[in-house]
Write a protein that binds this ligand. Sequence first.
Ligand SMILES: [Zn+2]
Length: 155
Amino acid sequence: MRVGRPVKPLPHPNCDYCGAPATLTRAGDEAYPYRDDHGPLWMCADCQAWIGIFPRSTRNVPLGRLADARLRDLKVKLHAALEPLVQAKVRRDGCNVFEARSKGMKWLAQAIGVEPDKCSIHTLDADQCERAIAVVEHFAQERGQHPSDSAVDER
Ligand SMILES: [Zn+2]
């Protein structure tokens, strides 16, 4: 039984690399890593690791774990590998791109043994990202003869 309204603590992520609490930085701050405004970021300056927040989040909820240079690179690669499958599904099924991406991530989560409900490209660590890229690449090779088939339909 709940008494009163529970007050959720504000999310405050720690750096996944050194464990120190991340700092919220905004465009224009000295530590802010981008020249352009990419929105507020939770950042560890020592590790040069950061993560964005959910769009329109008033509580600055982080999108996932802080990512260092290697993990950012892997996320870009995974996104690039997955996107053709996503676009194929959008073209064929007429669903929207967010739905197709979310189904793609669920398929990947299952393939690499991650809890699908909690899985997004931003919650994966470097090892999981590498495994996910391998899964997508293997799938693309297998289906190379039939480029219109999409992994996203398997579930
Ligand atoms: Zn750190």
